[in-house]
Design a protein around this ligand. Structure first.
Ligand SMILES: Cc1cc2nc3c(=O)[nH]c(=O)nc-3n(C[C@H](O)[C@H](O)[C@H](O)COP(=O)(O)O)c2cc1C
Ligand SMILES: [Fe+2]
Ligand SMILES: [Fe+2]
Length: 411
C-alpha cells in the first residue's frame, strides 16, 4: 500500500522508496532509523523528468509511485546525480519502460555507466551551467564531483528553487512524514552521514557550497536519503560549511605543524621509543608533538587527531609476525579522511623477526602518505644509546615537517 502522493513543490513529487528495516548501510554505516532512497518527479508543461531511481529491491514502490503521476511516454529526461546502486538500481528497467527518455549524467559517470548497465545506451552529459527545459520548468546542472563518488553532480530547479543535491545533505533516517519540520529529530543522522560519507571530501564540499550559494534562492533541498529539507535552508548549508572548515586543535592560530605519535606497547618498549621520538620532534621550532596510546583511544578521537596531524607516526611491537590490531585500526580509519600530503613514519620494538614497522610502512604508502624515513626498529628493551637514536629520528621527522628536503626511501 502506498501512501498519498506527496508534492514537494509545484509539480514536483517524491517518488522514492522507504527502507525502514535496513540497519547497516554500505558495510560501514549503522542505520538505527532505517533509510530511504529518494527519487523525485518534476512535471513541466512540456513533459516530465525523473530525478534518480532507487535500490533495485525497491523498484516496485518506485514504479508504482511514478505510474500514479505520469505515463512513461511523458518522461523526457532521466537524471542520475550519481550512479551508485542505491540510486541507479531501477535505471535499466526505467529506460526500458520509457525508451524515449534522455538519460543525463555527469561526464565522470560516462565510464561508470558501462560498469553498471552492461550494454551501450544513449546519454547526454551535463556540466555546470547546462540546462534542460520542461516547458515552464528549467533544470540547471551543477558539477559537484566526489560527493561522495567522482561522478556526483547536483541540479537546481530554477522556477521552484529546489536543489537536488545527490547524497549531499542526506541522512539515513526513515520517516514517512518526509519533511525536516515534520519528521523526528534526525540531527544525529545528518551529522553521522556527513562524518562517514562527506568528511573525506571536505574541499569538494566547500567547492559545492559555493555553487549552491550562487543559486538565486534555495527554497528546498531534495537529497537522496532521508528528510527533504525546507526549513531554514541556511542551517544545513552552514553546518556543512562549519564541519568542512573547522580545525579543532587551533594549530593554525599557533602557526605550528602537528606531529602525532600513536603507539601500542605491552612491556613499554615501544612506548619508550614513542616518548623519545616525541621529545626529539618537539625540540624542532614550529613543531607541536604529542603521543597517544592506541590501547585506550576511541576511534572517533583517532580520526580527529589524524585529520589534524601533519605527521602521523605509528609504533607497534611485532607480535606473531604482525603489527597489532589497534595499529591497523588506526590506519583503517584513514578511510574517513584525506591523506594526501600527510607525512608518515613507523617504528617499534621487536624480539626476533620484527616485521611490524615495515608492514605498517607499506600500508601507509598504500594510503598515499609521504614516507621520507625508513622504519625505526629496536630489539627488545631500548638502551640509552638506542633511545637517543629515537630522539634523533624524531628530530629528523620534525625538520622534514618544517620543510627540510630529504631523499625519499625507495624500498
Ligand atoms: C605473544 C607474543 C608474540 C611475539 N611475536 C613476535 C614475532 O613474531 N616477531 C618478533 O620479532 N617479536 C615477537 N614478539 C616479541 C615482541 O615484539 C617484543 O617483546 C617487543 O619488545 C615488545 O614490545 P612492547 O613492550 O612495546 O610491547 C612477541 C611477543 C609476544 C608476547
Ligand atoms: Fe551514494
Ligand atoms: Fe546514496
Amino acid at each position: 500500500m502506498l501512501d498519498a502522493i506527496v508534492p514537494i513543490g509545484e509539480g514536483v513529487y517524491f517518488t522514492g522508496a522507504f527502507d525502514p528495516k535496513i540497519r547497516t548501510f554500505d558495510i560501514i554505516m549503522k542505520t538505527a532509523n532505517g533509510s530511504s532512497y529518494n527519487s523525485y518527479l518534476v512535471r513541466g508543461s512540456a513533459g516530465v523528468a525523473i530525478m534518480d531511481t532507487v535500490k533495485r529491491e525497491f523498484s516496485d514502490d518506485f514504479f508504482a509511485r511514478v505510474e500514479r503521476l505520469c505515463s512513461y511516454d511523458e518522461i523526457r529526461y532521466i537524471v542520475l546525480h550519481h550512479l551508485e546502486p542505491d540510486h541507479s538500481g531501477a535505471l535499466e528497467e526505467l529506460m526500458r519502460r520509457a525508451p524515449d527518455a534522455k538519460l543525463i549524467i555527469s561526464h565522470r559517470a560516462v565510464l561508470m555507466l558501462k560498469g553498471i548497465i552492461k550494454t551501450d545506451v544513449a546519454f547526454e552529459v551535463a556540466n555546470t551551467g547546462k540546462e534542460i527545459s520542461l516547458g515552464d520548468k528549467t533544470i540547471r546542472f551543477l558539477s559537484t564531483p566526489f560527493l561522495h563518488w567522482p561522478d556526483t553532480m547536483s541540479s537546481y530547479l530554477v522556477e521552484e528553487g529546489i536543489l537536488f543535491s545527490g547524497d549531499v545533505f542526506g541522512s539515513h533516517y526513515y520517516d514517512e512524514r518526509l519533511f525536516d519540520d515534520q519528521v523526528g529529530d534526525f540531527a544525529y543522522a545528518f551529522k553521522y552521514y556527513y562524518d562517514h560519507i562527506m568528511r573525506p571530501f571536505k574541499q569538494h564540499v566547500l567547492a559545492a557550497l559555493k555553487l549552491y550559494r550562487a543559486c538565486d534562492a534555495i527554497a528546498l533541498i531534495a537529497p537522496l536519503h532521508g528528510p527533504v529539507l525546507r526549513s531554514n535552508i541556511n542551517y544545513y548549508l552552514d553546518s556543512y560549511e562549519t564541519w568542512s572548515s573547522q580545525k579543532r586543535f587551533r594549530k593554525h592560530e599557533f602557526g605550528q605543524k602537528m606531529l602525532s605519535v600513536f603507539y601500542i606497547s605491552s612491556y613499554e618498549n615501544t612506548q619508550k621509543m614513542a616518548q623519545s621520538i616525541m621529545v626529539g620532534a618537539d625540540s624542532i621550532e614550529g613543531v607541536r608533538a604529542s603521543m597517544y596510546d592506541l590501547a585506550s583511544l576511541e576511534q572517533e578521537n583517532m580520526i580527529d587527531l589524524m585529520e589534524e596531524s601533519d605527521v602521523v607516526v605509528v609504533g607497534s611491537p611485532t607480535v606473531n609476525g604482525d603489527a597489532v590490531k589497534p595499529a591497523w585500526d588506526l590506519l583503517s580509519s584513514m578511510a574517513f579522511l584525506e591523506s594526501a600530503g600527510k607525512i608518515g613514519a613507523t617504528f617499534g620494538s621487536y624480539g626476533w623477526t620484527g616485521e611490524a614497522p615495515q608492514m605498517l610502512h607499506e600500508r601507509m604508502r598504500g594510503l598515499k602518505f609521504r614516507l621520507p624515513l625508513a622504519p625505526l626498529r629496536i630489539k627488545l628493551i631500548p638502551t640509552a644509546q638506542e633511545l637517543s637514536e629515537c630522539v634523533a629520528w624524531g628530530k629528523e621527522l620534525g625538520e622534514i615537517a618544517m620543510g627540510k628536503v630529504v631523499e625519499m626511501t625507495l624500498e
